[in-house]
Design a protein. Structure first.
Length: 208
């Protein structure tokens, strides 16, 4: 079976990126990580990539005069590396409609809650877990979804629940949710590698 080529976008530490790298190197993931891209030149995600001899690129919209020029560069990188799947792993920017259309149903994101709840503007990182605890819900979790032109939207691929404990702080909850993220993202990528993902309308069907 051919391994799919991945491009991973990350803005920060890149722990989800590291989990993907580890699973690829352990032979648990039928993928080849071709390039890691960050809008942040100081992102530790770029250092993680370099440590594993993976192409690491700092690419920010601020480096280009127009959105189109930025998109041209991104799409050229995808083409050069024959990218099959774009993986957003803590990427704090929104890809343009042009890029999303060019890679329709081939861009995925992970979110530290059970979408459509606790998503949207401002709902990232510790803010999500603060909102979950403040709401009083007893269950949160992780969502892997297709990326469309609306923030934290798009057909849901996989979800997994995490219990909210009575004595949880946002930090303790974040730690448990992150462990599930590390497992679930590679599971979703493997489904792509095995060609088991089918999108019908606004729903994802997983082939047997």
């Amino acid at each position: 079976m051919r391994k799919i080529n991945l491009a991973v976008f990350a803005s920060g530490g890149g722990t989800n990126l590291q989990a993907i790298i580890d699973n690829i190197e352990a032979g648990k993931l039928g993928a080849c990580l071709k390039v890691v891209i960050s809008n942040n030149s100081n992102a530790f995600a770029l250092e993680r990539a370099r440590k594993h001899n993976i192409q690491a690129i700092h690419l920010s919209q601020k480096m280009f005069a127009t959105q189109d020029e930025f998109d041209d560069k991104l799409l050229a990188i995808f083409q050069e590396n024959q990218i099959d799947l774009v993986v957003l792993a803590g990427y704090m920017k929104i890809l343009s409609p042009r890029v999303i259309r060019a890679y329709k149903n081939r861009i995925i994101n992970i979110h530290p809650a059970l979408l459509p709840h606790f998503g949207g503007k401002g709902m990232y990182g510790i803010h999500v877990h603060e909102a979950v605890i403040a709401s009083g819900v007893k269950v949160t979790g992780v969502t892997v979804h297709m990326v469309d032109e609306i923030y934290d939207h798009g057909p849901i691929i996989m979800q997994k629940c995490v219990l909210v404990l009575d004595d949880d702080t946002p930090e303790s909850l974040a730690e448990r949710v992150l462990k599930v993220e590390h497992e679930l993202y590679s599971c979703a990528i493997q489904l792509f590698a095995e060609d088991k993902i089918e999108v019908k309308g606004n729903k994802v069907h997983i082939k047997k």
